[in-house]
Design a protein around this ligand. Structure first.
Ligand code: C2E
Ligand code: CA
Ligand code: CA
Length: 635
């Protein structure tokens, strides 16, 4: 038989090109990557040996038979191994490789191939050369086909069963690869002289490389440092192999100012300038750049002390960017595996949490994270989840706390306070979830839900009949700086036929300090239609008189902590007294919250405070209880 080996020449050129590209780029050493390297190796070996065999088989009578056997055995083993490693590769990317039977079946297939082919020069089970030096298939040769087909069928099985772990692009290329390999084997059975097998597998190795093997996915293209995807892989790998380690992560205090003042280009430039130092000190494979100018360094078990020392020392001297000297302080968090965290998510969440909260408010600059941090970060994740659910299912409830008018001795308003109940976590206090929702912007949806419910309440009850003038609604500073807040709230009021006069909005000082323009615009818009505003939590922040003068406030709500200290301390009492006088001089009406005793009522009425709110009158209660409370009071 005369073989047409031109396909093999094309395949060889292509595979050499692919191997060169592969090694020119830096590849993250993942298990999938090792399997891909094996695909490359077997495809290359199969192509070279196929090409050689096309030349040596016709000359079997001239060259030593053993050499001919050797070339053909190498070809068949590597060609069939391509199917096996491709199967392994698919089990890895569909995250099923850890299952023992996936590895055992690949191992069995490899053993069957070797068992048939290795002794074939003597047994003639796989292939042999007959007395006329003609290349022939042995009795067990069909078994090679069977094993390859089984491998490809298993690939298809894993692929369909677990394809949700893959992107659409990946799905298409795996499907193509498998179909093409099967077609090539079938084609080869009918046209043994046309050596297309290697070209088909090479073409699809290229496709796999483009669609599945994306080395840039693991690397920061600017400074060639590994990123969080790479860290995630490494963590998974180490955890799977029960390898203990210390992960040292650090953020740079002061870095955000470089970004804000000199621009992100300068910030990036500065971060990039640390990478060579970190690479040379701790090894290119152990340094990961995370988001926001944070880094993580993978270290052998509990070996972080000298590294901590070196980092603190390295950042002791200022660094120069755009001719400006900046001093950055590293905040370091170390997680020991397997001390308490057992999944990559746990480790990364603990680090996030510790760097963001524990260290930001701490004078200590390095912490070894403990179960406590993990617990807090897990709680944060759970609450985020509960909030998402509640936003989705309209799960927030509004409670009302009546406010007593000290002049008329009647309840003339109420504060709307949001409540979150989660079936798993139970009741979650607003002091816990509101700050979180402000950090991630969920407060905008939550605030709107609360406002709708308040409007619904007003629509379905006659406030006048209940003795109420208006309802107080809390606005977070995040809401206040939304450009279209006043329009949105006005639209909602219109929808429920609520008069803007029936709403008094409570804002906090933080709202006044950030983006004062947007806040002013929103306030003016709502005041124009008839609503009023109160400054909440007065006395807890910086309380600059500025806000009182500049913002159109009708009310000021003195914080409960100010009232409580005035009850316990002479000097605090004097402060409260003068605060009340000062606010009255500025024409503000005063609400005092946290009123728990008759003694407080006496003191506050003596001071002429207009409105009182607190547990003495009622805790916040749901809308039905609130209506009954008011009706009983009137009756
Ligand atoms: P805040 O605006 O200062 O609300 C007053 C808090 O003091 C409420 O806590 C209320 O239950 C509590 N309180 C009132 N009187 C007394 C008292 O006599 N004794 C004691 N010990 N506490 C009293 P709550 O409902 O847990 O709310 C906590 C904070 O969560 C609120 O503080 C407010 O900042 C925030 N919040 C609640 N609902 C909303 C909302 O709908 N939107 C926004 N943006 N924030 C809200
Ligand atoms: Ca309030
Ligand atoms: Ca308060």
């Amino acid at each position: 038989m005369i073989y047409n080996y031109h396909y093999d020449i094309a395949a060889l050129m292509l595979i050499v090109l692919l191997i060169s590209i592969y090694f020119l780029r830096r590849n993250y050493p993942t298990t999938a990557n090792k399997a891909f390297l094996a695909i490359l190796f077997f495809t290359f070996t199969a192509t070279v040996s196929d090409l050689l065999s096309a030349l040596t088989i016709p000359k079997a009578d001239e060259i030593p038979l053993l050499i001919n056997y050797l070339i053909n055995i190498i070809y068949l083993i590597s060609y069939n191994s391509t199917a096996i490693v491709f199967y392994i590769y698919v089990t890895i990317i569909t995250k099923q490789y850890h299952k023992r039977y996936t590895r055992i079946s690949a191992y069995i297939a490899f053993c069957v191939n070797s068992f048939i082919l290795l002794p074939t020069p003597w047994t003639h089970w796989g292939i042999y050369f007959d007395e006329n030096f003609q290349y022939q298939h042995g009795v067990l040769f069909p078994l090679l086909y069977v094993s390859s087909f089984l491998m490809l069928l298993s690939t298809i099985y894993f692929f369909f069963r677990y394809r949700y772990n893959l992107s659409r692009y990946q799905v298409v290329s795996v499907l193509f690869f498998t179909i093409a390999m099967i077609s090539a084997v079938v084609f080869q059975m009918f046209f043994p002289a046309q050596l297309v097998g290697c070209l088909v597998s090479t073409l699809f190795t290229v496709l796999v490389y483009i669609s599945l093997q994306n080395p840039e996915y693991y690397i920061n293209s600017r400074n060639r440092c590994y990123n969080e995807h790479a860290l995630n892989e490494t963590l998974q790998h180490n955890i799977r192999h029960e390898k203990s380690f210390s992960l040292l992560a650090f953020s740079l205090d002061g870095f955000q100012y470089v970004n804000q003042l000199l621009g992100t280009d300068a910030g990036n430039h500065l971060i990039d300038s640390f990478v060579p130092f970190l690479h040379s000190k701790y090894g290119i494979n152990n340094v990961y750049q995370l988001s926001d100018g944070r880094f993580a360094i993978m270290l052998p078990d509990k070996n972080e002390k000298p590294v901590t020392r070196e980092l603190l020392q390295f950042f002791q001297t200022p660094h120069t960017v755009q001719n400006v000297n900046v001093l950055l302080t590293p905040h370091i968090c170390v997680v020991h595996y397997p001390d308490f965290a057992h999944t990559p998510e746990d480790i990364i969440n603990t680090i996030d949490y510790t760097l963001k909260y524990s260290l930001a408010s701490n004078t200590e600059k390095h912490i070894t994270a403990s179960k406590d941090e993990l617990k807090k970060s897990t709680r944060e994740t759970q609450i985020l989840h509960a909030m998402k659910n509640a936003i989705h299912n309209q799960g927030f409830q509004v409670y009302y706390q009546p406010i007593f008018n000290a002049k008329t001795k009647k309840f003339s308003s109420a504060e709307a306070l949001v409540r979150l109940y989660d079936p798993e976590l139970g009741f979650i206090p607003p002091d816990e979830f509101i700050p979180m929702s402000e950090r991630n912007g969920m407060i905008i949806d939550i605030g709107e839900q609360v406002f709708r419910q308040v409007c619904q309440f007003i629509q379905s009850h006659d406030l006048k009949e209940l003795g109420l003038d208006y309802i107080e609604v809390n606005l977070s500073f995040v809401q206040c700086i939304q450009n279209n807040l006043s329009q949105r709230l006005t639209e909602i009021m219109k929808k429920y036929d609520v008069l803007p006069q029936q709403i008094n909005f409570e804002i906090t000082e933080t709202a006044g300090s950030t983006k004062a323009n947007a806040l002013q615009k929103n306030m003016n818009g709502l005041i124009r239609v008839g609503s009023t505003f109160a400054m909440d939590d007065y006395g807890t922040g910086f309380s600059t008189a500025n806000y009182l003068v500049n913002l159109p406030l009708e009310f000021v709500k003195i914080d409960k902590s100010i009232l409580w200290s005035a009850m316990a301390d002479e000097q605090a009492f004097t402060i409260l007294k003068h605060t009340v006088e000062m606010l009255h001089a500025l024409n503000k009406k005063i609400i005092v919250e946290g009123v728990e005793t008759e003694e407080m009522v006496d003191m506050l009425t003596d001071m002429n405070c207009e409105y009182l709110q607190g547990y003495l009158y009622s805790k916040p209660i749901n809308s039905e209880e609130f209506v009954i409370f008011l009706q009983n009071y009137i009756a």
